[in-house]
Design a protein around this ligand. Structure first.
Ligand SMILES: [Zn+2]
Length: 299
């Protein structure tokens, strides 16, 4: 067949195939024994997005699911990929900012804000910082509506802080009174989601980390002593950190500053907050010192 003939007949063949496929599908009885169709990552991403985002924002945020990828280590306990998106900048003033969302699965607004940031940045021609976003860190918890992952572990108590072996379980028993919502896991970094965060830190080598949560309505900073820029929607207040928490792991053990954004029950001006973070990261890194890339080999 000549190429020109092939081009002319191909759409007809395709159309016929679609018709046959459609009628076969329509006439087939619903067989409960047949396996479900294999879900694509995009379909899963859209499902997770719909769970974390208010309906009025869904269409605007959908392009996120066409941009994402996942590191090989980034699969949840129940086998769901943990997506990320990165957008670089050549601006020498900017810092490398790693933004994490939804470490706790029952805090959907935290996931929405992080995805909001990805879409804002994707639309900008010029921006100062290089950002990597991992907005849906606990997909199993999001689906199950639990703070913990599918293993019943509070991922923000599972980071391998230097005091984990000595303190994590003692703290959980004494101070957290064995609250199952704060269980630190059977060992440091025992959970795949925790391993995924560490893989991102080693791979991306951030100067500064942001972690989004709800519901305490504060900006909580683990980093050098410094003046906090005013932000109209949330006050600055120290909540402290814990054995196995990200703040203690990155700031106390490695001197990489961590900003915890605690939203309330409604969205803040996320664009203004993203700009504030970009500037704040520059000051925080100046005060805490630039890190040598070798530091990430220690993780
Ligand atoms: Zn949280």
């Amino acid at each position: 067949m000549k190429k020109s003939t092939l081009l002319k007949t191909a759409p007809i063949v395709l159309f016929a195939t679609l018709l046959v496929g459609a009628s076969a599908w329509a006439s087939e009885p619903a067989a409960s024994t047949s396996p479900p169709p294999e879900r694509t990552d995009r379909a899963l991403c859209l499902e997770l997005l719909a769970l974390t985002t208010r309906a009025e924002n869904l269409e605007r945020l959908k392009p996120f699911c066409d941009r994402v990828s996942a590191l090989p280590k980034c699969t949840s306990r129940e086998g769901r990929p943990i997506f990320h998106f990165e957008k670089g900048s050549n601006d020498k003033r900017g810092k490398r900012v790693l933004a994490l969302g939804l470490i706790h699965g029952d805090e959907p607004l935290a996931g929405e804000m992080s995805i909001d940031w990805t879409e804002r940045l994707a639309a900008l021609d010029k921006h100062r910082s290089t950002w990597r976003f991992v907005p849906l860190l606990n997909p199993d918890g999001l689906i199950a509506k639990t703070r913990m992952n599918a293993g019943g572990v509070d991922l923000n108590r599972n980071f391998p802080t230097t005091d984990w072996n000595e303190e994590a379980h003692r703290y959980w028993e004494k101070s957290a009174r064995k609250d199952p919502r704060r269980f630190p896991g059977d060992g440091p970094a025992s959970e795949p989601e925790t391993k995924c965060v560490i893989a991102h830190i080693k791979d991306f080598k951030p100067d500064f980390i942001v972690s989004a949560h709800t519901p305490y309505r504060v900006l909580d900073f683990d980093g050098p002593k410094m003046k906090f820029p005013p932000y109209k929607d949330l006050p600055w207040r120290a909540l402290g950190n814990f054995p196995g928490s990200l703040g203690r792991y990155m700031w106390r053990d490695y001197k990489i500053p961590v900003l915890t954004v605690e939203l309330g029950d409604k969205m803040v001006d996320s664009a203004a907050l993203q700009d504030l973070i970009g500037s704040f990261a520059i000051d925080a890194v100046r005060l805490s010192g630039e890190k040598k890339p070798e530091i990430f080999d220690l993780l």
